[in-house]
Design a protein around this ligand. Structure first.
Ligand code: NAG
Ligand code: NAG
Ligand code: NAG
Ligand code: NAG
Ligand code: NAG
Ligand code: NAG
Ligand code: NAG
Length: 576
């Protein structure tokens, strides 16, 4: 049944109106409510109604419908030993219809869990297929193939498993319990399909390549596609081309020509972060040569310098763009998750492309999220002298989208910093928002209580470095809540800035317990999970601030209250 959005609004609005009432600060009374009335439940981020969610799986666009599958424990708000593929569909990547689980344990090749994998659309046949990791009856990791039962069903509700499963078993030189997460396949000029799979052998982490003519019979390539010592297992490899022109358009996964370079993303389990490498795909040798190899230091490129893991991208041929999803886990305790009845969010889908510099990727929330923008506040040309706190009032600060452009003073006046060997997270906790600097700290205080005792500071500082200028972007959660049982890391990263930079931008998507921030037009991203005890619903405030001795000017600030997305079960969307 197709849901008619206009009608659903009437069902959802009463929930919005009720959700701000009766705020209690004890975690127990907060959590013991139906999920849709809990203060940390999000309003426009994707989450199932209840229970555990981790990795996004098999995202795709197929015949007018976006599909998102996800790792799900349908039994509990914690990870479990019978993980299935949850499944939801959407026409716009923002409003979602939850369907029944698509892939569940059913045979010896997956009866201990159905772990992550990817979708590939076979051109010509227009046939979507899924490769996923099964935890088999011996608890070994194997790769399995699944296909839609009925291609005429626009939602592809039912998936059947291939009789030849498993189609890949751990090859020699790969640990049987560290062989997982097949990527989307790409097709070489010889017509053969290729996928990469994450693996481990001792301390060595690797991505290994398989080839197939028919998607069923796969042959392992003896040489790793990319390997790194001392990293442990590579999870969720994602491999895709990007256009070197700096165009925001995406490139389909199989394209290989001189106008593209390639990105290999690896989720290193030991680090719990998603790292990406720009480099060259040497197709005749079937390997990937990154411009810079993994160093294990803060100079490695990451999609996000906060929480964002096990991400996966897909090419959206409807809008000719590449879209990235990432899992954003909780920062509270397992006990809190059990009381909330749920754990895990997906980021707002991000469009991703190569920066004009060719040195990093740019990420930006998909344009569809702007459809949720409601009440609007605008501030232009407001000077922030040292010590300023400018309240952005009149919007729902707990559920908002804010874009701000700060006009900078002359960069020559900046403090000196040699970033070599500096740990940005440490720097963010030393040079915090309350400590005065020269150019910065300036930025936003999100999910702030009226008295500012509680707030999450998302801010920049600009430094003069040897032969260049660098920015420090921080997301400091240390004052985000009076609760103690939370991970309150001060996240941060250091990045090169254009020496002629006059303005620096910051956009934050704030949604009750998540803040996704995009700095310098999306070149640096930091996502955090925060659980305020005071700054909840109508008691949340938003400020722009400067604690640098040099003034900065808010040359332009636009902020919007965000409407609730319609996310619910097919035929019953009256809850999220
Ligand atoms: C998995 O299948 C095997 C044999 O097919 C069976 O012995 C075992 O009990 C099953 N395990 C689970 C968890 O269903
Ligand atoms: C396939 O899906 C179409 C559209 O939903 C439906 O009309 C048809 O009955 C389905 N076929 C089978 C065999 O289930
Ligand atoms: C890359 O962008 C250029 C300029 O926009 C365009 O001409 C070219 O076709 C693009 N390449 C691919 C593979 O999309
Ligand atoms: C999940 O959250 C915990 C607690 O904040 C953190 O230590 C861990 O690194 C996170 N894992 C991922 C994959 O984000
Ligand atoms: C800015 O500095 C002043 C003085 O140290 C401090 O009171 C204020 O809280 C700081 N602002 C922020 C956002 O930390
Ligand atoms: C900063 O951006 C504003 C708004 O786009 C613009 O008016 C202003 O000229 C810019 N400032 C500088 C110094 O480029
Ligand atoms: C919709 O879902 C809610 C929550 O599960 C349930 O209480 C309600 O009965 C459902 N309504 C319909 C019409 O199915």
């Amino acid at each position: 049944m197709k849901i008619i959005p206009e009608l659903l609004l009437f069902v959802i609005v009463p929930f919005l109106l009720n959700s701000g009432n009766g705020i209690e600060t004890s975690t127990h009374s907060i959590n013991n409510r139906t999920p849709e009335k809990q203060p940390y439940r999000t309003s426009y981020h994707f989450q199932p109604r209840q229970n555990w969610m981790n990795d996004p799986n098999g995202p795709m666009y197929y015949k007018g419908v976006y599909h998102l599958f996800y790792q799900h424990n349908p039994e509990a708000a914690t990870f479990g030993d019978r993980i299935v593929w949850g499944h939801s569909v959407s026409y716009d990547l923002i409003n979602w219809i939850h369907l029944n689980n698509a892939i569940e344990p059913s045979g010896p090749y997956d009866n201990n869990s159905c772990w992550s994998g990817s979708a590939t659309i076979i051109p010509g046949k227009e046939q979507p297929v899924i490769l996923y990791t099964g935890i088999d009856d011996k608890k070994h990791q194997v790769q399995n193939l699944a296909m839609p039962r009925n291609l005429s069903d626009p939602f592809l509700r039912e998936w059947i498993k291939h009789p030849q499963n498993p189609v890949m078993s751990p090859p020699s030189g790969v640990e049987v319990n560290n062989f997982r997460d097949p990527s989307t396949a790409w097709q070489g000029k010889d017509g053969k399909w290729r996928v990469v799979i994450g693996a481990q052998n001792g301390d060595e982490g690797k991505t290994i390549l398989y080839q197939s003519e028919d998607f069923v019979n796969w042959k392992v390539d003896p040489n790793p596609f990319y390997a790194s010592d001392n990293t442990g297992v590579c999870e969720c490899p994602d491999f895709f081309p990007v256009n070197i022109s700096g165009s925001k358009n995406g490139v389909d996964t199989s394209v290989q020509n001189p106008s593209v370079r390639h990105v290999l993303k690896i989720s290193y389990l030991r680090k719990q972060h998603d790292y990406y490498f720009l480099g060259k795909y040497v197709s005749d040798q079937e390997n990937f040569i990154p411009d810079v190899r993994f160093t294990g230091t803060s100079s490695d490129l990451r999609y996000d310098y906060g929480k964002f893991y096990a991400s996966k991208s897909f090419f959206d041929y409807a809008k000719n763009r590449r879209i990235l999803w990432g899992w954003v886990n909780e920062s509270d305790s397992t006990q809190d998750d059990i009381e909330k009845g749920w754990a895990g969010l997906q980021s707002i889908p991000r469009q991703v492309w190569l920066d004009k510099s060719g040195k990093r990727l740019v990420q930006w929330p998909i344009e569809e999220v702007e459809k949720l923008r409601d009440k609007h506040i605008s501030i232009m040309g407001e000077k922030l002298v040292y010590g300023s706190n400018l309240e952005v009032s009149g919007i729902t600060a707990s559920q908002a989208d804010v874009e701000v452009l700060f006009e900078l003073p002359e960069l020559q006046s900046a403090e000196f910093l040699d970033p070599d060997g500096v740990d940005p997270q440490l720097l963010c906790s030393q040079e915090d928002a309350s400590r005065s600097g020269i150019i910065g700290p300036f930025g936003l205080l999100a999910l702030a209580s009226k008295d500012l005792k509680e707030h999450t500071a998302i801010f920049f500082k600009i430094y003069r470095a040897p032969n260049r200028y660098v920015g420090l972007m921080c997301n400091d959660q240390r004052r985000s809540s009076f609760r103690h049982d939370l991970d309150k890391t001060a996240y941060g990263t250091i990045f090169d800035i254009d020496p002629n930079l006059k303005n620096i931008s910051l956009r934050s998507l704030i949604d009750h317990s998540i803040i996704e921030s995009f700095g310098d037009e999306g070149r640096v991203c930091i996502t955090s999970r925060v659980y305020p005890s005071l700054a909840i619903d109508k008691d949340a405030h938003l400020y722009a601030f400067n604690n640098g001795s040099q003034s900065v000017v808010v040359s332009k600030l636009n902020a919007w209250s965000m409407k609730q997305a319609e996310i619910g079960r097919e035929g019953n969307i009256s809850y999220t």
